[in-house]
Design a protein around this ligand. Sequence first.
Ligand code: CMC
Length: 429
Amino acid sequence: MTATTGTFSLGDKSVEMPVKTGTIGPSVVDIGKLYGQTGMFTYDPGFTSTASCESQITYIDGDEGILLYRGYPIEQIAEKGDFLETCYLLLYGELPTRVQKSDFDYRITRHTMVHEQMARFFGGLRRDSHPMAVLCASVGALSAFYHDSTDITDPSQRMVASLRLIAKMPTLAAMAYKYSIGQPFMYPKNDLDYCSNFLRMCFAVPCEDYKINPILTRALDRIFILHADHEQNASTSTVRLAGSSGANPFACIAAGVACLWGPAHGGANEAALKMLLDIGTVENIPKYIARAKDKNDPFRLMGFGHRVYKNYDPRAKIMQRTCHEVLNELGLKDDPLLSVAIELERIALSDEYFIEKKLYPNIDFYSGITLKAMGFPLSMFTVLFAVARTSGWIAQWKEMIEDPGQKIGRPRQLYTGAARRDYRAIAER
Ligand code: CMC
């Protein structure tokens, strides 16, 4: 990082502020001393012009449609790497050697089981709970079961908590699913890779053998890679903010899961598929396009648009290919939903409204169709996103805790409420 200074005029005041430049991407004005010098705060609700931290993990160029994990393009990682290698890269900063990779895989695999009492914890929740509600609760509960990795000042406990979270999320996610359909929980199986194991925990039953389909395993692995990290998005910022107070990592990841649940963030894949099901046939598309463009209609094309990407989301391209591979493998290439999606994408990409506002398909546009074809119900889509994003959340949390300059995140506000006034007794109101 390099730093220079910039001079800004605010009314009749001239203020000098450090300007910091990273490796790539926009420079930032360090406004840390602005209040002290001018008595003013900056105002940026939605953080559209605010860098909330310094990070070395993920880089996005939204105008060019570029996504890098630790400098490596997402396209190369998705094609040549695997999800656990991606987790290693995000956590440690470098790609693992062969020995490091097999050691990491081994350690993750040995942490996949959850405390047996967790099964009873699930029993306290309603069967018809949304699996995200169950995931929020069960991830938060991990801190009640794994006290020996909640001391955030101990680097080895931080690493154990990180490995536990990456390893146990698929187990909890699969348990949330099994619980919702009333089937017995399936224990993890240590001779399987991460994604085969997860698919088996979701779709196997104890009374039958389960056959691994390598095409589906690879597709899920790629979906996990694509969702692993995405810079300072809402849920990652939530994890960082929760962690900045010194909260334990399990509690911080539970906060991230809660934030991810919203339809403008991780819930969009569920919303995008629901929308495709609502549209139903290609003939109905113009009606929905018209609604999306109507200022008086709150409807939006789900799976379209992104706060940062003002170009085709690079993850969406890979997702589209993966979607075709999965549907081909399952003999579903004539799925009417896919036809609706392809046609909707074609019409939207040639429509003036979408072109002018730079609204392109995002990752969620094709992920829903793919996951549905694999057998996941709608309610599990965001859960799968959470399983993958845990790797990014925990890497970002660790980076923050290990930053010597780290302090509690505490934004200020523009107060527009009542000015000072005197209390009146209830009888006088
Ligand atoms: N359909 C129709 N119009 C849209 C859409 C859409 N999907 N997205 C944005 N617009 C319009 C919006 O009405 C606004 O128009 P105007 O300037 O005339 O008021 C303009 O485009 C800018 O929208 P914005 O809401 O100010 O942009 P934002 O950066 O705050 O929102 C977004 C980004 C992702 C929340 C939004 O595009 C959206 O709601 N998309 C649908 C939901 C979705 O697919 N979310 C998944 C995001 S990717 C997964 C992830 O990373 O979590």
